[in-house]
Design a binder for this molecule. Structure first.
Ligand code: C2O
Ligand code: CU
Ligand code: CU
Length: 488
């Protein structure tokens, strides 16, 4: 009799537990599957106008301001640079001195950070130097790094997620004289297309940030904007089109693929071109990462760029959008296409040697902390000697997806869980996805700029995590120098 009772109790518990699990599963909408109508021509952000000043510097002006945008829901209140949503594409050549005058016409303070750019800490736009409402800031540095797809976005303390989500983001393209750049499609807006991808959640006409039930990474919107365009298509007139993919979302991880599964060529990562094109069927980008891909098209066809399942099938991955699949951009090939061929080799990437590393550091990502500590603007987490090489071992021992970004440098991935990195991690990187339960080893040279008074950041680029303190600081000093934060 007691046995029966116990059995019944267990059965009841299992049934209730199952019911709860089913409810959770239902509310989590764990497998979003959205096919878009592709009704709008893809907007391409305009190239920023610039002037050259008396010292030969290229001068840009950016004004962060509020505006109204039409995403098909009526007038949506958004923020942008020099416009209502996103910002113009800044473009400069390697070796060029640049100046960017930033004005803040928002009702709250902001900063502008040049993501992926190698530059002095004082110009980096981190959270230490907020630009107050109505204020301005002048960033000036000399661009000196390989041609790459970089981007800019706000980086104020605890407000980064909201400000980026509202629309503050733009591209910064670096050019150089590598022949491969001209051998690849390179006509901006024609066969060389920025594809800045963001997911949004709407409440009526307004952007909402309520977030998906069960998500530990923040907003996972069910509508996709590319360069601010909902349901975007692109008319293509050449056999090859280069897409500069930028994950400018706040949380979502994309796994880019073509709807018919055809392979495409991965030609570049965050900090520049690969040594040679790598044919692949998909490329996964966490927040802040970029990839340059070249897609081959046949006359008259239409094929959609989609995001396919990005993570494993466990419940936590599902809650964090890992099973979602949705359309991003339709490519529409003209009836006749200009012939184009893909170069076989691209650039040479000098490899950093771990035997030369002066320091090896370990960073463990958990919850909202790195090595058990939250962000503290008064604490220096790493003092790096200028012009030295360091190996940073970064791991995510838990189930929540994170990403890892270092300011100032482009690094190389040495190992992913002890193995050689895949093609998408084989070039210059400034941000990598920290897949749950994986270990990464990266190597960087902290060249050129020392400033004991100003820190650079390293952090999780899931913006909610960053705002909640998943960020640390490093200071680059001359050998023998001590950091003195805030004494600049
Ligand atoms: Cu894209 Cu510290 O940021
Ligand atoms: Cu950055
Ligand atoms: Cu994180």
């Amino acid at each position: 009799m007691r046995k029966w009772l116990l059995g019944g109790l267990v059965l009841l518990l299992v049934l209730c537990g199952g019911g709860v699990a089913a409810l959770v599963y239902f509310f989590a909408r764990p497998s979003l599957d959205v096919r878009a109508d592709f009704e709008h021509p893809l907007k391409v952000p305009p190239l920023a106008t610039s002037t050259v000043d008396a010292q030969g510097r290229r001068v840009f002006d950016l004004r962060a301001e509020p505006g109204d945008s039409d995403f098909g829901h009526g007038a949506t209140r958004t923020w942008g640079y020099n416009g209502a949503y996103l910002g113009p594409t800044l473009r400069a050549h390697r070796g060029e001195p640049v100046v960017v005058n930033v004005r803040n016409a928002l009702a709250e303070s902001t900063t502008v950070h040049w993501h992926g750019m190698h530059l002095p800490a004082a110009m980096d736009g981190g959270p230490h130097r907020p630009i107050p409402s109505g204020g301005s800031f002048q960033a000036a540095w000399t661009v000196d790094q390989p041609a790459a797809t970089l981007w800019y976005h706000p980086h104020p303390s605890e407000r980064t997620e909201t400000q980026v989500y509202r629309g503050l983001a733009g591209l910064f393209l670096v050019d150089d004289d590598e022949p491969a750049q001209r051998a690849l499609p390179h006509d901006y807006g024609v066969d060389d297309i920025p594809v800045l991808v963001q997911d949004k959640e709407f409440d009526g006409a307004q952007l909402s940030m309520s977030g998906r039930f069960g998500s530990d990474i923040g907003v996972l919107g069910d509508e996709i904007l590319v360069n601010g365009t909902p349901g975007a298509y692109l008319d293509v007139r050449s056999e090859l089109v280069r897409l500069r993919l930028v994950n400018a979302s706040t949380a979502r991880i994309y796994n880019f693929a073509l709807a018919d599964g055809r392979p495409f060529a991965l030609v570049g990562t965050d900090g520049g071109l690969l040594e040679r094109p790598a044919m692949t069927g998909h490329v996964r980008l966490s927040v802040g990462e970029r990839a340059e891909i070249v897609v081959a098209l046949r006359p008259g066809e239409r094929v959609a760029l989609r995001s396919v399942r990005a993570l494993g099938g466990d419940l936590e991955s599902r809650f964090n959008g890992g099973q979602d699949a949705f359309d991003i951009l339709q490519l529409r090939a003209a009836a006749t296409l200009t012939p184009a061929t893909l170069p076989k080799t691209l650039v040479r990437i000098p490899r950093l040697d771990p035997a030369q590393a002066e320091q090896t550091r370990t960073f463990e990502f958990q919850g909202r902390e790195i090595n058990g500590e939250g962000m503290d603007m008064g604490r220096v987490d790493a003092v790096v000697v200028k012009d030295t090489v360091e190996v940073w071992n970064v791991s995510n021992g838990h189930g929540t997806p994170h990403s890892f970004h270092i300011h100032d440098v482009q690094f190389q991935v040495l190992k992913v869980d002890g193995q050689a990195p895949p093609p998408e991690l084989s070039g210059w990187k400034d941000t990598i996805f920290l897949e749950p339960r994986q270990h990464y080893s990266v190597i960087a040279k902290f060249a050129d700029y020392a400033d004991p008074t100003t820190a650079y950041m390293f952090h999780c680029h899931v913006l909610k995590h960053e705002d909640e303190g998943m960020m640390g600081q490093f200071v680059v000093v001359e050998r023998g120098q001590q950091p003195r934060l805030g004494h600049g």
